[in-house]
Design a protein. Structure first.
Length: 137
């Protein structure tokens, strides 16, 4: 019986080693004084990469208007904006959840591991972005 438990535990360890976890803190996007009244909120996201499949889960609250869109973006470096590459599912509310699951290309996986991917949530009053957070190890 102990040998069976050891085999199961060894299998779980191998499975866990095949996954990488990334986390991000959602905070207001870079803004100027004219946007201050419309951009607010906080949240967090986590992502698990298993092979080529990336699964993202997160939550947010405190936005001044309901979320409209959430996307995964790829910048040229951590902290530098880039184009949207995938659409996420987001609650159309001032607080809620964001989720998504995707098969990534080798280039996207490399970008993730180098800190170039980030989640951005847009809202009714901030259609160019309200919250964002880079996915980091």
């Amino acid at each position: 019986m102990l040998n069976g438990i050891a085999i199961v535990l060894a299998g779980l360890c191998v499975f866990a080693q095949g996954q990488e976890t990334f986390k991000g803190r959602l905070s207001p996007v870079a803004m100027d004084a004219t946007m201050k009244a419309n951009v607010a909120g906080t949240g967090s996201v986590s992502a698990v990469l298993a092979g080529t499949k990336l699964t993202i889960t997160g939550s947010f609250d405190g936005m001044r208007s309901p979320a409209t869109v959430a996307q995964l973006h790829q910048g040229i470096a951590t902290g530098v904006r880039g184009p949207a590459i995938l659409d996420l599912t987001v609650a159309k509310a001032t607080n809620g959840n964001v989720t998504g699951s995707f098969e990534l290309t080798p280039e996207q996986i490399e970008g993730l591991k180098k800190g170039k991917l980030y989640v951005q949530i847009h809202s009714e009053k901030a259609p160019d972005g309200n919250l964002w957070g880079w996915l980091l190890r």
